[in-house]
Every structure is written in C-alpha cells, then in structure tokens.
Design a protein around this ligand. Structure first.
Ligand code: S3P
Length: 195
C-alpha cells in the first residue's frame, strides 16, 4: 500500500541508519537509505559526488531519489540529514508514510558522525557552524508526524519507542487494511509529539 513506509529523518550522526536497520528487522520490512540509492545509481561515493560536482548536484540527486521512493511500500527509509531541508520535500516525505524525526544531543551526534564515515558537510565546519546548520534545518524536521529525543537512550530503547508510537498510530487510524499493517499517516500537520 503506498504511503505505508516509515521514514526516519534527522541530523547527521543521530543514528538514522542503525536505528532504521534494527527497526526494519523488527518489523520484517526492507531497509532503504537514500544515500545508498544515490551512490548505487551514480557508482561513486557521497564525498566523491560533493568533490566532483558540488553540493548542489548532490541535493538534486536527493530530489530525484525522493521522487523514486514513491514506488516504495512498507519499507523503512532513512534519509540523508539534508534531504528534507528544501521547500516541498517534507510534504513529499509525508506522502511516503510516517515520518519520524530522530533528534538528540548535537555534540554526541557529531562525534558519532565524525567517527563513522566521510561526511562532506562536516569538513571545515566548526561546532558553531554545525549548530547553526542544525538550527536552520529544524523547521523542516519539525514537520514530521512524530519525533523522538534519543538522548540517553540505547538503540533498542529508541526502536521500542518507535514501535510503540507506530502501534498507537495504527490503533487511531480510521482505515485499517493491508497485509503488513497500516502505518499510514492520517493526522494533520500538528507539531510532532515528543517521546
Ligand atoms: C548530509 C548527510 C549525510 C549525507 C551527506 C549530506 C547532510 O547523511 O547525505 O553527507 O547534508 O546532512 P547522514 O545524515 O546519514 O549522515
């Protein structure tokens, strides 16, 4: 059923990939990362795309990937941290399913991001720069249907919270149909509840 994906958004290093992978396993669903879709399509890494073609080209590829994701159904999707942060992107993401904003302590997220691989957006940026970037992105992230503050939580605890939130939404959804269970969003663009 279209619109029944679970979409994880949030700043670099907040744990979208790790949490998404485990969540997908728990739900018996496929896991998709937008960065992987882009690198598979391009045959080169994210840093290489930034280096050769610049950030604007990467953002364009993110836009194309977002359109291609409309074909997905029932998946857990983790987006790159910057993907939602352009006009209209959050609306498209919300059409894909339940969008969950993972947020947490920025210092911790950045340490994790720096440890776990090449991220061109970190290069040459101070903590203050990245804090400003994060603040710029928050109005977009805030358009998610749900949000979870991961501060002090283990991966298992975050996944358990997501599962319980999704179950809560399933119960309150007026139309309950389909094989793997509906996770369709039906509520208006309210501020995401904090868990
Ligand atoms: C980016 C985040 C990265 C990746 C790219 C740009 C960003 O993904 O898409 O390096 O602009 O925040 P993660 O959020 O998975 O680190």
């Amino acid at each position: 059923m279209p619109g029944d994906n679970v979409v994880l958004i949030g700043f670099m290093g907040v744990g979208k990939s790790t949490i998404g992978r485990l969540l997908a396993r728990r739900l018996g669903r496929c896991f998709v990362e937008t960065d992987d879709v882009i690198t598979a399509g391009e045959g080169r890494s994210v840093p290489e795309i930034f280096r050769r073609d610049g950030e604007a080209r990467f953002r364009q590829l993110e836009g194309e990937t977002l359109e291609a994701l409309a074909l997905k159904s029932g998946d857990v999707i983790a987006t790159g941290g910057g993907l939602p942060c352009q006009e209209g992107r959050m609306a498209r993401l919300r059409e894909l399913g339940t969008v969950i904003w993972l947020k947490g302590d920025l210092q911790v997220a950045l340490e994790r991001a720096r440890r776990s691989g090449a991220r061109p957006m970190l290069a040459g940026r101070s903590f203050d720069d990245l804090e400003a970037l994060c603040r710029e992105r928050e109005p977009y992230y805030r358009d998610a249907q749900l949000s979870i503050d991961t501060t002090g939580l283990t991966i298992d605890q975050v996944v358990a919270r997501i599962l319980s939130l999704l179950r809560g939404r399933e119960k309150s959804a007026p139309q309950v149909t389909g094989g793997r269970g509906p996770l369709r969003s039906t509520d208006p663009a309210a501020a995401p509840p904090n868990v």
